[in-house]
Design a protein around this ligand. Structure first.
Ligand code: SF4
Length: 243
């Protein structure tokens, strides 16, 4: 896989919130999902810009290797969706070894591809967007069976992981939608390190406007908050997490 090329939108250096230590975050292009609230809509399509061989991408990242290593940091693969370019991602992780690799993923990909991801990732940030299949299909453009199956693989793998739940006001932030997520997360949790609630970011709306895309009327104009009832539900279910 040394010769497969990857479509990368950005190498963002000195990131402090995408895993332990100082990190370089690599934004992969392309995503098969269409979340209504997507915070990176410009990355959903693969573009026509330059692609990278794994060794080329690794060479750029390794310029900061000393800082990444000495801070206990590493590299985070984000997107877009890493699973959509899994062979390139695996080859890049191989080139970067032994740097710590974190991956942010929706989990929407085949089981084989998700197993490949588990093979090279040291830490996984796994989203759960909506538990209800019909709502998931309506608001993300695809079903969630495959995602939930992959999360079961993740739990059984023993790999350290963090669950992230985007909270979109009026769409998925009601307690009745979130309690099935809590039950699912707590069942055979494996090496679950944390659960994080991600309030809606209105920056997504300005990006859509800049791209000339219609803004879905369901989305609020302003940043969201974590409703108090939801905060308490998660605090009771996961007392170690900082909601
Ligand atoms: S999975 Fe992530 S990148 Fe893909 S559409 Fe949803 S929010 Fe956007």
């Amino acid at each position: 896989m040394k010769n497969c090329r990857g479509m990368i939108a950005e190498f963002r250096e000195f990131c402090l919130h995408d895993g332990p230590g100082v990190r370089t975050t690599v934004f992969f292009r392309g995503c098969p999902m269409r979340c209504l609230w997507c915070h990176n809509p410009e990355l959903q399509q693969t573009g026509s810009e330059k692609s990278y061989l794994p060794c080329e991408a690794a060479g750029l990242i390794r310029r900061d290797e000393e800082i990444l290593r000495s801070s206990g940091g590493g590299v985070t693969f984000s997107g877009g969706e890493v699973l959509a370019q899994i062979d390139f991602a695996a080859a890049l992780a191989h080139e970067l070894s032994p740097l710590h690799i974190a991956v942010e993923t929706s989990g929407y990909g085949s089981k084989d591809d998700y197993r490949k991801l588990l093979g090279f990732a040291d830490l996984i940030y796994q989203d759960i967007k909506i538990m209800d299949e019909k709502l998931h299909r309506r608001f993300t453009g695809c079903g969630n069976d495959i995602i939930l199956e992959n999360i079961r693989l993740l739990k059984a793998s023993g790999k350290p992981y963090i669950i992230r739940l985007p909270l979109i006001p009026g769409i998925n932030d009601a307690p009745e939608y979130l309690s099935p997520a809590i039950s699912f997360i707590r069942e055979n949790p494996g090496n679950l390190l944390d659960v994080q609630l991600l309030p809606f970011h209105a920056g997504a709306i300005s990006k859509m406007r800049k791209m000339g895309r219609p803004v879905p009327p369901e989305l609020p104009e302003n940043d969201g908050i974590i409703p108090e009832e939801v905060r308490q539900m998660f605090h009771r279910a996961f007392p170690g997490s900082n909601f």
